[in-house]
Design a protein around this ligand. Structure first.
Ligand SMILES: [Zn+2]
Length: 460
């Protein structure tokens, strides 16, 4: 019953915004007001004009510039003087918790001859403090668009794809160019973010033992640092008779993401094909963000349910015991709201990996409040709808590894899978040179180092 009342509440609060995105709208989700509100904000022209030509007024709590009003406390917190910020590191020398709640300007705020605003802050029992804000800084502080542009501008270029769209947008470059030509490197990194998938061709396949760097690690380290897991810094995907993981068999491996039983699953995965003499074994990729947004359009309630219902992933084998619980769709809670400029980033990640799911427990709930709960049947219905989308042939991009190919993909967005393969007896197992009939070497890249590189390459 509680679930039903949630649906009724939610239906009433679904608001469609005409934002010119895809089929011309995004559904802004207003959750139950007691839980959380999520607004779809459209940046207005005044966001970028900021506080130029300000007419300033202030009261006990606020300072109003022409186009923006700030709480005194917020503006005081933004002080960048040398008492507040260390001049060499730009790190804070105070805590927000120390800001007096009654802080206010001592006198009328006016622009000085350089057009900057000088504010002398006063508060009971605290020494006066002088802050200077440029007009530009005031405009920045007032602008969600500025915040977005300075941290996530590259997200505007993200392309949600079905297989046809991907073919027109996929970046595939030569390994030598990636390693030696900065433009090619940038193309791969930006392309990897844009579609969640990129390829390198003609990379070295003669893996050697000894101190020579492993090729796939070298490729990853050019972007950032490796996310080491219990598989090591890199690992071999070969079929083994005593496999501890379905990946190490020749069976069909359905669409999934890796290591969702970690609190911090790897953000990017790289697979380097060293040998492939198998029949079958094609890789299939699908864009989970595209599927999630399609679900949002077709059936917003199912989308909502998938953001709420907890799924537990686990790995318990070989002396390891990993477990983590998360919903299928995770939204960004903070400043990345959908607007015409940046529709994609509101979904932070999708978590889909049926082989590693733990059983759902009786009376599973996500929330202390009954209103927020989603019934299991409703979750299954929504989950099934999502799966129908990702398994549509038109949504699936298929590619077979040739020796020297490297696939790079965003593990929190792009689903990957492998079709069943067979090796004839003459190529099964080890060959003289120590290679396998089908041999991929993989590694993971730390997501924060990837985003850092992406910002640097985007000039942010
Ligand atoms: Zn200061």
């Amino acid at each position: 019953m509680s679930g039903l009342s949630t649906f009724v509440c939610f239906t009433k609060q679904v608001v469609e915004y005409h934002l010119g995105y895809r089929s011309n709208y995004i559904v802004g989700i207003y959750r139950h007001p007691q839980i959380l509100r999520r607004y779809s904000q459209v940046a207005s022209p005044k966001d970028t004009q900021g506080a130029k030509n300000a007419q300033i007024s202030s009261n006990e709590r606020q300072i109003s510039f022409k186009d923006a009003t700030f709480e005194n406390t917020l503006l005081r917190d933004a002080c960048s003087c040398s008492i507040c910020l260390d001049t060499s590191t730009q790190q804070r020398r105070f805590s927000t918790g120390q800001i007096p709640l009654d802080v206010r300007p001592k006198s009328l705020v006016q622009a000085n001859k350089n057009g900057e605003y000088e504010v002398t802050w006063t508060a009971k029992g605290v020494e006066d403090h002088v802050s200077v804000y440029s007009q530009e800084r005031i405009a920045q502080l007032a602008s969600p668009l500025w915040r977005y542009n300075n941290r996530w501008r590259f997200a505007r270029d993200a392309v949600l794809w079905d297989a046809d769209t991907l073919r027109g947008n996929l970046v595939s470059r030569l390994y030598d160019d990636y390693m030696n030509d900065e433009e090619a490197f940038k193309d791969v990194v930006l392309g990897l973010y844009r579609t969640g998938l990129a390829f390198l061709r003609d990379s070295p396949t003669k893996e050697r033992t000894g101190d020579m760097e492993i090729v796939v690690e070298k490729i990853a380290k050019k972007i950032g640092y490796i996310k080491e897991t219990f598989y090591g810094t890199s690992w071999d995907v070969v079929s083994r008779p005593d496999a501890k993981n379905i990946a190490y068999t020749s069976e069909n491996l359905p669409l999934h993401m890796d290591l969702l039983y970690y609190e911090s699953p790897p953000g990017v995965q790289l697979l380097h094909c060293i040998a492939n003499r198998a029949e079958g074994g094609e890789s299939v990729y699908a864009d989970s963000f595209h599927a999630a947004y399609q679900l949002l359009e077709d059936d917003p309630i199912s989308f909502y349910n998938l953001t709420m219902f907890p799924i537990t992933f686990h790995y318990r084998n070989d002396g390891y015991h990993y477990v983590y619980t998360r919903p299928l769709i995770e939204l960004d809670n903070f400043y990345t709201k959908p607007t015409p400029e940046h529709p994609v980033v509101q979904i932070k990640c999708v978590n889909y990996s049926p082989p590693f799911q733990a059983p759902f427990e009786h009376f599973v709930t996500h929330s202390e409040t009954a209103e927020g709960n989603v019934e299991f049947g409703e979750f299954i219905r929504a989950f099934n709808k999502f799966e129908k989308i990702i398994y549509k042939p038109s949504q699936q991009f298929e590619s077979k590894f040739k020796p020297g190919d490297v696939a790079l993909f965003m593990n929190r967005r792009v689903l990957h899978s492998r079709r069943r393969f067979t090796l004839t007896s003459s190529t099964q197992g080890n060959n003289d040179d120590g290679s396998y009939g089908r041999w991929l070497k993989g590694t993971y890249l730390d997501i924060d180092s990837f985003y850092s590189k992406l910002r640097e390459l985007s000039g942010l």
